[in-house]
Design a protein around this ligand. Structure first.
Ligand SMILES: C[S@@+](CC[C@H](N)C(=O)[O-])C[C@H]1O[C@@H](n2cnc3c(N)ncnc32)[C@H](O)[C@@H]1O
Length: 272
């Protein structure tokens, strides 16, 4: 059964025949909300970079530790852009364990993410979390969106979450300008938390072939170096341990072999 049939819904712009990063990521994480084209593309990437599945899991675990950390710092508002298809331990579930009244605005540009997220939010937490179809490449539109403005008070600290999304924003789309526009709109005491794919630990051949698979997908992949990822945090105070591979950000378990070579950089910065 296809992902949309399971839902009983068929959004017209799903384009199941074209691999989509959200559904490929769902496949890496062992989810069921993906189509044959997504699985085939994901298998191609896994053949080129066998660690990609572990990296996706490590990214998800980092998101959860970071959200809990941010909630423990007193942040009660979250702007989570590039939400992904819901899986265990979503942002609102983690944040609301610390602050039952925490508010989460989920934004994604993939219609299937919207379908699944809306189904998830039809439950108990409805009213403190919302899902909006939006594109990160339109930060002004995001900041002006009535649903976002209705849920989040931008006069009070907000955690801006950009997990595993900025590598789908190429240089021509001005990723640094986008992040600056969003961070500039948030008050002191707000945070930026992000993770970002990198080729820093790949062979030149892997670094070329992995992104090539995504060329056939709806979004291209732009891997960035640690120094390029650090630029997103300009003007912010990095929280310890700084920018590290995602398993090593405030880990809860002893370091395992390969953790330092996971191809995703992560960090959290506070706006002074
Ligand atoms: C790899 S998933 C990451 C999901 C989740 N943030 C996480 O880290 O577990 C990337 C998500 O970003 C979304 N995405 C990619 N480009 C986007 C854009 N320009 N605007 C909004 N969402 C985008 C995809 O649809 C997908 O759901």
């Amino acid at each position: 059964m296809s992902a949309s049939e399971e839902d009983g819904q068929e959004p017209s712009d799903l384009r199941p025949e074209v691999p989509h990063p959200a559904r490929m990521y769902d496949y890496y994480l062992g989810g069921k909300d993906n189509f044959p084209a997504d699985r085939a593309a994901a298998e191609q990437v896994m053949a080129i970079s066998p660690r990609v599945r572990l990296s996706a899991q490590a990214n998800r675990a980092f998101l959860q530790r970071a959200v809990r950390y941010l909630a423990e710092q007193g942040v009660k508002q979250f702007l989570d852009i590039g939400t992904g298809i819901p899986t265990a331990g979503n942002t609102h579930e983690i944040a609301q364990k610390v602050h039952p009244d925490a508010r989460v605005a989920y934004l994604d540009n993939d219609p299937i993410v919207l379908v699944h997220s809306r189904a998830l939010l039809a439950g108990a937490s409805h009213g403190t979390a919302t899902v909006v179809q939006a594109d990160l490449r339109d930060p002004a539109g995001i900041l002006a969106d009535p649903e976002v403005r209705g849920l989040l008070d931008l006069g009070r600290p907000v955690a801006l979450l950009l997990f595993a999304i900025l590598h789908f924003v190429d240089e021509e789309s001005d990723p640094y300008g986008i992040v600056r526009t969003l961070v500039d709109a948030l008050p002191s005491g707000s945070y930026l938390a992000l993770s970002h794919g990198t080729a820093d630990f790949l062979s030149p051949e892997q670094a070329q072939r992995g992104p090539a698979v995504y060329c056939a997908a709806t979004e291209r992949l732009t891997l960035r170096s640690k120094a390029q990822v650090a630029r997103f945090f300009e003007g912010l105070e990095l929280v310890g341990p700084g920018i590290v591979t995602v398993p090593l950000w405030q880990p809860e378990q002893p370091e395992r072999e390969g953790d330092a070579l996971t191809g995703i950089w992560g960090g959290v910065g506070r706006k002074p």
